[in-house]
Write a protein that binds this ligand. Structure first.
Ligand SMILES: [Zn+2]
Length: 282
């Protein structure tokens, strides 16, 4: 997990470009809504802070207005496609290839942090567009606040992330057909000094997106990837191999960020003597 970078420019100008491409009655209706949309954009932008965003309240729209606003996002248009590309390209290399919410899959979709069904006016506001995978987008659905009004999901544009690891992998080695096979599970841990309110958001983010179970499912693929890198080293001793993998891990950490789930798993494997022994030159 990694913070996202916002693109440059004024959100309402991107909206104006998208509306400018709409013809006929819809184009006219959207143009007439401009002052109201501008006021709503001002509300979101003023409250776009970790403590303020949950106070953005939904506004009632007629069904026609809602359809028009959602159409801005759901219908393919060059201005919208350009905006999506800008958002993706703005992210750091190594981060932009993965879903912002889980870090597992490719970000082939955009989630609306404030759900577009409740906030159709923010359907193309770039503060509200998060590059993500289909699994996360589906699991997140229209949820965003708990019953007590606090947020369920991390907002990677504004939330401060911990600096210490939050994932603790546990590796059990099973002997199968003469080979040691890892069975990996993950726990979420609150770093010392990291706030309880902020950590509650991380916890519900992980629960709602089923991240611990999804990381567990993906762990074997990552184990094989690291094992291949280790075998290619053709090391003769555990000490040499550990030294090599520590450097490799450092490079991966620079690319993926210290909180990435792959980094948590790799760090654990590099410490594991059964893993290192299994990757030595026969
Ligand atoms: Zn995802």
């Amino acid at each position: 997990m990694h913070n996202l970078r916002r693109i440059d420019g004024v959100p309402s100008e991107y909206l104006a470009n998208i509306i400018g491409g709409k013809n006929g009655d819809r184009g006219m209706r959207l143009t007439r809504m401009a002052p109201e949309l501008s006021a709503r954009y001002a509300v979101l932008e003023a409250r776009y802070t970790p403590g303020g965003i949950s106070g953005v309240l939904a506004q009632k729209w007629t069904q026609v207005q809602k359809d028009d606003l959602l159409h801005c996002y759901e219908s393919t248009a060059k201005a919208l496609e350009d905006l999506k590309i800008l958002i993706t390209q703005r992210q750091l290399e190594g981060v932009r290839d993965f879903c912002a919410y889980c870090g597992i899959g490719a970000p082939k979709q955009f989630d609306h942090y404030l759900p577009k069904a409740k906030f159709p006016e923010f359907s193309v506001h770039f503060y509200n567009l998060v590059p993500c995978c289909g699994s996360c987008n589906g699991l997140k659905g229209e949820a965003w606040l708990k019953a007590n009004g606090t947020r369920i999901f991390i907002n990677f544009y504004i939330d401060s992330l911990p600096t210490a690891p939050i994932l603790e992998p546990d590796i059990q080695w099973l002997l199968k057909g003469g080979k040691h096979v890892p069975v990996v599970s993950f726990d979420l841990v609150q770093p010392i000094g990291f706030g309880a309110v902020e950590f509650a958001i991380i916890k519900s983010h992980f629960e709602k997106l089923e991240l611990l179970a999804r990381y567990k499912d993906q762990a074997h693929t990552e184990f094989l990837a690291l094992r291949d890198a280790a075998l290619a080293r053709e090391a003769k001793t555990v000490i040499t191999l550990r030294k090599f993998l520590t450097k490799y891990l450092q490079r991966r950490k620079e690319t993926l960020g210290p909180l990435n789930w792959r980094i948590a798993l790799y760090s654990k494997l590099v410490e594991s003597t059964p893993f290192l022994r299994g990757c030595l030159r026969p």
